[in-house]
Design a protein around this ligand. Structure first.
Ligand SMILES: *[C@@H]1O[C@H](CO)[C@@H](O)[C@H](O)[C@H]1NC(C)=O
Length: 449
């Protein structure tokens, strides 16, 4: 851009980036567009012998909105007469488009409104879209010494027929059992920005098998997040998913704070829309297996003071949740946060964000500072959160309780991964089924404004 164009732009008070493309700008309420190549000629072009300047045109054309309502056709047969009636019924979808005109307003992404809510994130997994999702790359085990490592490998995360799959596999199939057990250094630092390890805590980026007596993470899996691409504050999230079936699998659809404005976990909150155990016949007294899932908010003055049990609910389905796809939803406003299955009316966890703040609810001792002081009754659930979808395995933080369902490791053991792996013959056969994968059909999020 030549300096006289830049000057003219400043003089005219145009904010924004000019590039060689034709573009559309707003000046206050007035939209204008300009034609830097003067392809359309007209006043302003070549003015004052300054060569190829640009030309301002009248206001950009007005956006048009089309609203469509899904209709239902009913066919009734009475004797030899067939009557067809078509009645409109929800949901309605409206799309706002700004038309392209000569001289060239670049049309923005159309706004899509569905039943009065604005679609702000949508992935139906036609392909694995790295502009929407990023993989975690780490062996850290999520702070729970879980038994999987997360990496970016199409054996463990892939799209097939419009469905995103996370499939757990054995690390020994990649590096061999001897390397899994001793003397093999796994380095996840990578060699380029897109390869860089994302979680160094708990020895997440480098481990050597056999060091400290432990095998390397015996399972390979995947965790995708929108941490660098999308976050939201209030709105609705729906994920259509089929849960994985297999012992000690731990799938989750959840959200973490984008900025930690109240401090480190869990002071800034965590929203777990769905967490489940892949085991068949896991006792309901221990919150159930593949037919159940939990929704939970995590929050607390510090990590030793997590009061999640006060905002935790279990849903149990009549059949395994690995049999069919279900919608796992979150509805989140300033006043209320609830999760649901299939339809917003099937509420699972319901948290009133108005009557009591989380400091009072948690009854924290005065030795802790209130991280949400003066921040509103709904803090920490009043800031941006991003989406996470992952499939973990095992772990030692008590999600799978010692002694329940023949759990082959104990949480207190210093070599729980070894114990888990030594019992491979008990759990690996349960993974040999067509419902092993955690499958995601689509993810949608809406804003209420
Ligand atoms: C992905 O994982 C498979 C199975 O473990 C392995 O054979 C393959 O080499 C990996 N691909 C890459 C690109 O690392």
């Amino acid at each position: 851009m030549s300096s006289n164009i830049r000057l003219l732009v400043l003089v005219l008070g145009l904010a924004g980036v000019l590039n060689s493309q034709q573009n559309c700008q707003n000046i206050g309420d007035i939209q204008v567009f300009y034609d830097p190549t003067c392809a359309q000629g007209g006043p302003g072009c070549n003015a004052g012998g300054q060569g190829e300047l640009f030309n301002f045109y009248p206001p950009c054309p007005v956006s048009t909105t089309t609203t469509t309502t899904k209709s239902t056709t009913t066919t009734t047969k009475s004797g030899s007469t067939t009557t067809r009636t078509t009645t409109p019924s929800g949901p309605t979808t409206s799309r706002t488009t700004r038309p392209t005109v000569p001289g060239g307003c670049v049309t923005e992404e159309p706004e899509i409104w569905e039943n009065g809510e604005r679609l702000v994130f949508y992935d139906d997994f036609d392909f694995l879209d790295f502009n929407k999702w990023r993989h975690d790359l780490t062996m850290s085990g999520g702070g729970n010494w879980e038994f999987q490592l997360y990496h970016n490998n199409r054996s463990n995360s892939f799209v097939k027929d419009g469905v995103f799959h996370i499939r757990p596999t054995l690390t020994e199939d990649r590096i061999g059992e001897a390397n899994l057990r001793s003397g093999y250094r796994m380095d996840m630092w990578g060699g380029s920005p897109a390869d860089a390890c994302t979680g160094n805590n708990f020895y997440g980026c480098e481990r050597t098998s056999g060091a400290g007596g432990n095998i390397l993470n015996p399972i390979q899996s995947a965790k995708i997040t929108t941490s660098t691409t999308f976050s939201m504050k209030y709105g609705r999230v729906e994920v259509r998913a089929k849960l994985p079936r297999g012992d000690w699998l731990w799938p989750a659809i959840w959200m973490l704070p984008a900025k930690n404005v109240y401090g480190m976990w869990p002071a800034s909150g965590e929203i777990d829309i769905m967490e489940s155990r892949g085991n068949l016949n896991y006792p309901s007294s221990a919150e159930g297996g593949v037919e159940s899932f939990g929704s939970t908010l995590h929050w607390g003055a510090d990590w030793t003071q997590n009061r999640f049990h006060l905002t935790h609910e279990i849903y149990t389905h009549p059949a395994p949740l690995s049999d069919e796809f279900h919608v796992y939803g979150l509805h989140w406003t300033e006043d209320r946060l609830y999760t649901y299955i299939d339809d917003p009316s099937n509420v699972v966890l319901d948290v009133d964000l108005t009557s009591q703040n989380f400091w009072e609810l948690g009854q924290f001792s005065d030795v802790y500072e209130n991280p949400w002081e003066g921040a509103g009754a709904n803090a920490p659930f009043n800031d941006e959160f991003y989406l996470i979808i992952n499939l973990a395995v095992g772990g030692t933080a008590g999600y799978f309780k010692d002694g329940v369902a023949g759990k082959p490791w104990t949480d207190k053991s210093s070599s729980s991964a070894n114990e888990f792996y030594a019992a491979k013959n008990s759990w690996y056969p349960t993974w040999n089924n067509k419902d092993l994968d955690f499958e995601i059909d689509w993810v949608k999020a809406w804003s209420f404004q």
